[in-house]
Write a protein that binds this ligand. Structure first.
Ligand code: SAH
Length: 353
């Protein structure tokens, strides 16, 4: 089994270079080829001897992904990619333009195990974790394709980042490295459905990134019904961890709250949410749910969203309504992979007939 060399942190690559009895400056050279150029084969590393390139390819491979489909929003220029991985699996990424620069939303797993009832990411099943190199490749190929520099990363694509903890941490270390993409930790957001043990692990690392919690409910009854993870880590446990996270890292924790008609969008729900979060240093993003055909959830009306927001504000809770980007290109993650899979299945079944 070869190792994904792009998944190694700079320190790990340094050790590998030492083990091969190579001078240490080689580590920096190879690292830059992998993370800054980026190369997809050792043969492109022209300042390494043929011999060394051969040696590297005996023990390592370079993970990558290729663009299978690309959709550009006519409304706001948001770009959505469907990437194909070496084993034929698909993942999605979205590039959005903001006043301060470009943000990419990346996937961390092929599929998801978490089973949230409104989300498309679990529909086509969980397949595997992405390597750190595969997570980074999404940024590299999007940058190259659009000829831009991406300055912000949100881990809100397919998958649960904290369920792929070690690879996500290596990915963060690489994108943050000055010989790599050199993206500041402050410009990186990790979104989680609330795997509390891993939130504590993350806290211990004291990284300056933003942690966002997919809360989506004001109480355990609704949350357990829509988000199975809540049965293992109920809201009190989760909110306690968030409070500690804020205190230990001095970073404000954000909450995502997707509004689903008749499920979590009543004014009582808003008041209950406000009561729970009162006094904590946080920010709530309200998001009208995106329709996912199989899920049958209905978006709350604009009027309801505004009233919900006002209840939070009148309780002195910091809250905003998330601006929708890429509304015409299925920009919420998981939908393309699912449709692609379904299309493949239909094609296969017609061939079999
Ligand atoms: N697993 C991580 C990150 C992936 S999802 C997490 O749960 O946070 C990114 C965000 O999109 C999450 O807040 C998720 O709950 C939300 N989301 C999923 N399906 C959605 C839908 N149909 N409409 C709106 N938001 C959705």
């Amino acid at each position: 089994m070869k190792t994904d060399i792009k998944a190694l942190t700079f320190e790990q690559l340094n050790n590998a270079v030492k083990e091969m009895s190579l001078p240490s400056f080689r580590a920096k050279q190879i690292y830059k080829w992998l993370h800054q150029t980026p190369c997809s084969s050792f043969d492109e590393m022209t300042n390494l001897s043929k011999d060394l390139r051969g040696k590297l390819s005996e023990g390592f491979f370079i993970s990558s992904c290729c663009i299978e489909d690309k959709y550009v929003s006519k409304i706001d220029g948001t770009v959505k990619y469907l990437f194909r991985l070496y084993d034929g699996e698909y993942i999605e990424s979205v590039v959005m333009k903001y006043k301060y620069g470009y943000t990419i939303c990346v996937s961390s797993q092929v599929g998801c195990k978490m089973g949230c009832t409104f989300c498309a990411s679990t529909l086509a099943g969980f397949k595997r974790n992405l390597t750190a190199g595969e997570i980074e490749s999404q940024i590299q190929w999007a940058q190259k394709d659009l000829d831009i520099r991406i300055s912000h990363i949100v881990m809100m694509g397919i998958g649960e980042p904290l369920d792929n903890f070690d690879n996500v941490i290596s990915f963060l270390s690489n994108v943050n490295n000055e010989n790599g993409l050199n993206i500041s930790m402050r410009n990186i957001t990790i979104s989680t459905c609330g795997i509390v043990d891993r939130i504590y692990d993350l806290m211990d690392m004291d990284l300056q990134l933003t942690l966002t919690i997919s809360l989506h409910a004001p109480n355990d009854e609704i949350r357990s019904r829509t988000m199975p993870v809540n049965k293992k880590y109920p809201m009190d446990t989760l909110l306690k961890a968030c409070k500690e996270y804020g205190e230990r890292t001095s970073r404000r924790v954000s909450f995502e709250y997707t509004l689903i008609k008749g499920v979590n969008d009543s004014m009582e729900n808003a008041q209950e949410l406000a009561d729970r979060l009162k006094g904590s240093l946080c920010h709530i993003n309200l998001i009208p749910v995106n329709d996912v055909e199989e899920r049958g959830n209905v978006r709350s009306s604009k009027d309801t969203v505004l009233k919900f927001l006002n209840v939070l504000k009148s309780n002195s809770i910091n809250a905003t309504i998330r601006r929708t980007l890429g509304a015409d290109i299925n920009a919420s993650c998981g939908q393309l992979r699912h449709l692609k899979k379904r299309g493949d299945a239909d094609e296969n079944s017609s061939k079999n007939r």
